[in-house]
Design a protein around this ligand. Structure first.
Ligand code: WTA
Length: 657
């Protein structure tokens, strides 16, 4: 940790490039400098009243009984109404909500707000037919198809909370989430397209449902058209369920929901094997995401074409593909496939064709494009772009500058946005017409956000210092807890310091008050912007019959940010083999999903432990990153690390391209 931190500081001190906002941008920007002067109460009170439409206006801005907050008390509203119906009622039905681009060549759909309304109403009526009503928990396991957004909106229309499970997760991950939330319905599709081949979502869903007996109905979208097994009575083709259903909004009115009613759960990794069901409620989440979307992406709803290239299966997609943009009546691009299919210029082809003006993606994607070379972007006219965004992990200054030069034509501001599944909305970010940008810094807390860095004892370190990132005041879209586990909520976020939220990230604040995020400080790895806990991967490895013990850590990786390295001891003192290595990697993919596959596995007869038997991952991290070992004095047996080091050096890397 010590080397990592000082390294980050070294980089920062060298980073002296500054990018003030272009004058023209500043003049037309949604956010003007006085936005920072408004009080917390005045800001959110106004946004709360004006940005969303209420059935019943709220009577109190917020209530804070640490560690639980409530926002917009006494109000009732409906998320689907705000994202769809009201825009059509305002005469904007012919506006495009999504330019959808399927992965197969030429597979495109233009979905207007009027189309979206019809699709959602029909879908909601279909869900009602199989018994979904206010409060019924629904799981969604799909690829990046318009029906995924439609399914989410249909749930919110009825008042049924959803959990969307990323389509790359395994059957075990899906059933675990469905069991935890007690889902009664699962919405999926036959298969998804990915890089020209198909992903068997329904087949995986079948395995998951076998382990989640609470799921009584499964709705299946036909996407690829290939044969899938359908179980009589349980499984329904969406098009058959929807047959004869009305698409008239009055046939399925929007359910009035209390501000604090559960909107969705999003499961995220923590420091134990069980993912946490992060709770988001209705009003605070909608106001928080739409407000931040408006100011940070400077959205001009009738001019911009906005593209968030994340997957809806993660929080970024929930907040900034579905709920925030639709609430703001944005025109968005949604893309089904991978950036390199059929060729590595696919994204730039999309930007050119739809004249995308705002692009929001992750450092890992930017680094992939860097690796492929700027020639792919150069094949296309990217002059429409006026603003770029980044999220998911710290962005290296080199990647930031490459993004600006090769994608942004050396003219666009970049908003490096720090936030989490738990925060629901962007928390630390530049405002593009105001902030002077520094490559690698997320700059300032969003208006109304009170962030600081604390030292070990809970003293604020102030400018120039580094420490643990905390949030000192509640915010509208903050998590309302961990589903079914109050104690874990308190332990994870509220026990390190009293009454402030502990984010689990390191941060430094420079002399100007700008924040530099330093990555996770807990045992959570960040692979391609996705949080995966070491313990989850360890548990998956130990689940294999041949594995006695496993320790997992990450090492720096030029493309994925961090890559997973596993240290495994086989039962009976057996030696590992290349075949065993592949078998274990595949086992992890089966248990968790391909994203959690270790890039490399080192077989070792022993793991480095303290005298009390704790695995010293810190030392394994040093080995994995080929750094000098940190303090080894607490090791029970110092020869163990030396042995691992020599094995790691002679080991052939199992990296995938
Ligand atoms: C990291 C994604 C540095 C951080 C929205 C955080 C970042 C975790 C940034 C949350 C950023 C996200 N700079 N680090 N701009 N954005 N992170 O829950 O470690 O998938 O705690 O939410 O990603 O990941 P999550």
């Amino acid at each position: 940790m010590a080397t990592e931190t000082s390294h980050a500081i070294d980089t920062m001190l060298l980073e002296e490039r500054r990018y003030p906002p272009p004058e023209e941008f500043a003049r037309q920007a949604n956010a003007k400098p006085d936005i920072y002067d408004e009080s917390f109460d005045a800001f959110w009170e106004r946004e709360g009243r004006e940005r969303v439409t209420w059935f019943e206006p709220f009577s109190k801005l917020y209530e804070w009984e640490p560690p639980y907050a409530k926002f917009f008390l006494g109000g009732t509203l409906n998320v689907c109404f705000n994202c769809v119906d009201r825009h059509v009622e305002a005469g904007k039905g012919s506006k495009v909500a999504y330019h959808w681009e399927g992965e197969p060549d030429g597979d495109r759909r233009e979905i207007t707000y009027a189309d979206l309304l019809k699709d959602v109403v029909r879908f909601a009526n279909a869900l009602k037919k199989i018994g979904v009503k206010k409060g019924t928990p629904v799981a969604i396991y799909m690829g990046m198809v318009p029906e995924l957004a439609v399914a989410m909106l249909a749930c919110t229309r009825i008042g049924a909370p959803h959990t969307v499970v990323f389509g790359g997760f395994s059957a075990d991950s899906l059933s675990g989430r469905m069991n935890d939330m007690k889902c009664e319905v699962l919405i999926t599709q036959d298969e998804a397209w990915r890089r020209g081949s198909t992903v068997p979502l329904k087949k995986t869903a079948d395995e998951a449902m076998a382990a989640a007996p609470g799921v009584k109905h499964c709705v299946v979208l036909r996407r690829t058209g290939n044969d899938v097994a359908m179980q009589d009575g349980r499984d329904h083709w969406l098009h058959e369920l929807e047959d004869g259903m009305s698409d008239d909004p009055s046939s399925c009115p929007c359910e009035p929901m209390d501000s604090e009613d559960l909107l969705f759960l999003m499961y995220t990794s923590g420091t134990t094997a069980k993912p946490k069901g992060i709770i988001h409620t209705t009003a605070g989440y909608l106001v928080g995401t739409s407000t931040t979307h408006h100011y940070i992406f400077d959205l001009k709803r009738d001019e911009d074409v906005y593209w968030c290239a994340a997957d809806i299966g993660w929080i970024t997609g929930h907040s900034y593909i579905v709920y925030g943009p639709l609430c703001n009546q944005a025109t968005s691009v949604m893309y089904e496939g991978t950036p390199d299919f059929p060729d590595k210029d696919r994204w730039w082809d999309i930007v050119e064709r739809y004249k995308v003006t705002i692009l929001y993606t992750a450092p890992t994607a930017i680094r992939s494009h860097m690796k492929w070379g700027p020639e792919y972007a150069q094949r296309h006219d990217l002059a429409s772009l006026r603003l770029l965004g980044s999220v998911g992990e710290p962005i290296n200054p080199e990647a930031w500058v490459w993004y600006r030069e090769h994608i942004g034509g050396d003219r666009t501001p970049i908003v490096d946005t720090w936030w989490q599944t738990e925060t629901g909305m962007i928390m630390i970010t530049p405002l593009p017409g105001i902030t002077t940008l520094k490559p690698g810094s997320a700059t300032r807390p969003f208006p109304g956000v009170d962030a600081a860095a604390y030292d070990e004892r809970g003293n604020e370190v102030g400018s120039g210092g580094g420490g643990y990132l905390v949030l000192k005041r509640p915010w509208p879209s903050m998590l309302r807890g961990i589903f079914g586990d109050d104690q874990r909520y308190r332990d994870t976020y509220w026990s390190k310091y009293e009454d402030v939220y502990f984010a689990g990230d390191g941060a430094r604040i420079d002399q100007d008050g700008d924040f530099w995020l330093l990555g996770r400080v807990d045992d959570v790895m960040n692979v391609s912007g996705h949080r995966i806990s070491t313990i989850e991967v360890e548990s998956a490895l130990v689940d294999h019959q041949d594995v006695a013990e496993a320790a997992v850590c990450s090492r720096a990786d030029a493309t994925t940010g961090e890559a997973i390295v596993a240290y495994v001891t086989l039962k009976g003192g057996r030696d590992g083999s290349v075949e065993k290595l592949e078998e274990l990697r595949n086992h992890v993919a089966k248990k968790i999903g391909a994203i959690a596959k270790p890039a490399n596995i080192v077989f070792t007869p022993e793991l480095p432990k303290t005298r009390s038997g704790k695995i010293m991952r810190r030392l394994l991290r040093d080995v994995a990153n080929q750094r000098q070992l940190g303090d080894t004095t607490t090791l029970a047996d110092p020869t163990v690390v030396e042995e691992i080091k020599s094995r790691a050096e002679s080991e052939q890397s199992g990296d995938e391209g």
